[in-house]
Design a protein around this ligand. Structure first.
Ligand code: BQF
Length: 293
């Protein structure tokens, strides 16, 4: 078993981005500028946004954090989105999900200018991704591709099983792994809550991508020896032995699955790290006009 070290990869990517920023500065170009909108006081969301702002600082990007309380109305948020759409200083922005229940997430996503949609959630970017056109890839799938690419994990003709079918992870990563080229050219099976005999599928998989959002869901007896396991889960479970009172665990029963694998991503320190790095890569692409000019 060997570890796909997300922390180290993210660090390497940040070093590359920092070098690009230096070049931009030397040439008098525009420093990439990411904005993040955080509504409410969900502690996990606060932590994620902090990670994103801190990562911007580490690579020399500019960042702007816009925070509003949970009572913010749908129209007020639309107004914020519109201002960010219009603001020529801002290369890209994200609206941190989940949003409070009275706000229609999809309507907000639709309001984001696709040219600034560095989370890649707008249906225009999703559609362009599905058709293999230049686009902002959603951050987590983009991060997973970077892990596969940088560790040179073979994918052509491999059996890939994706567990989970969300719009932001399961669905797009399935499309990306099946499309032409590398990393891709895989035979992809999408499994979800209504799948019968899940283990029958996962036991055939050369690569398993677990994105169901259930702590330690994937057990050792569901994994073929020598498989590559990518754990997308970030679950908080109570742990009275930690200062915070909780610990992070993935969708994979790591302790028992890891010994059977060729490669596995840990949690923390795996895919989550690349999710944040991918957001920065998208922001740089936007600043350079790589996708939409
Ligand atoms: C790590 C996210 C679910 C729902 C909305 C590093 C992050 C997490 C873990 C992080 C996530 C998960 C983010 C680690 C951003 C990933 O070392 O394991 C970074 O900040 N993430 C998000 O913005 O929204 C989410 C998960």
């Amino acid at each position: 078993m060997a570890i796909l070290d997300g922390k180290q990869l993210a660090q390497q990517i940040r070093a590359e981005l920092q070098a690009e920023v230096s070049t931009i500065v030397e040439k008098g170009g525009k420093i990439p500028h990411l904005a993040a909108v955080l509504i409410g006081d969900n502690p996990a969301s606060q932590a994620y946004v902090r990670n994103k702002v801190r990562s911007c600082e580490q690579v020399g990007f500019r960042s702007t954090l816009i925070q509003r309380d949970a009572n913010t109305t749908h129209d007020e948020l639309l107004q914020i989105v519109d201002e960010l759409n219009q603001n020529p200083e801002i290369d890209g922005f994200i609206v941190q999900l989940p949003l409070p229940k009275h706000i229609d997430e999809y309507a907000i996503t639709l309001a984001i200018d696709p040219r600034k949609d560095v989370d890649g959630f707008h249906p225009l970017n999703f559609g362009r991704m599905a058709q293999g056109l230049p686009c902002y890839l959603p951050a987590t799938p983009f991060g997973i591709l970077e892990i596969i690419r940088r560790y040179e994990i073979p994918t052509a003709g491999k059996e890939v099983v994706v567990i989970g079918r969300s719009n932001i992870v399961g669905s797009p990563i399935s499309i990306l792994m099946a499309r032409k080229g590398y990393p891709g050219d895989a035979t992809v099976t999408i499994c979800h809550s209504r799948t019968q005999n899940l283990a029958e599928h996962t036991l055939k998989a050369d690569i398993i991508i677990a994105a169901i959002g259930q702590a330690e869901f994937l057990k050792a007896d569901m994994v073929k020896p020598g498989a590559v396991v990518i754990d997308v889960g970030i679950n908080r479970v109570d742990d009275h032995n930690t200062a915070s009172g909780y610990r992070l665990t993935g969708d994979v029963d790591y302790e028992n699955v890891a010994p059977k694998c060729a490669w596995i991503t840990p949690v923390p320190g795996g895919v989550g790290q690349l999710t944040v790095a991918a957001l920065l890569m998208n922001t740089l692409k936007s600043a350079k006009g790589e996708i939409y000019g």
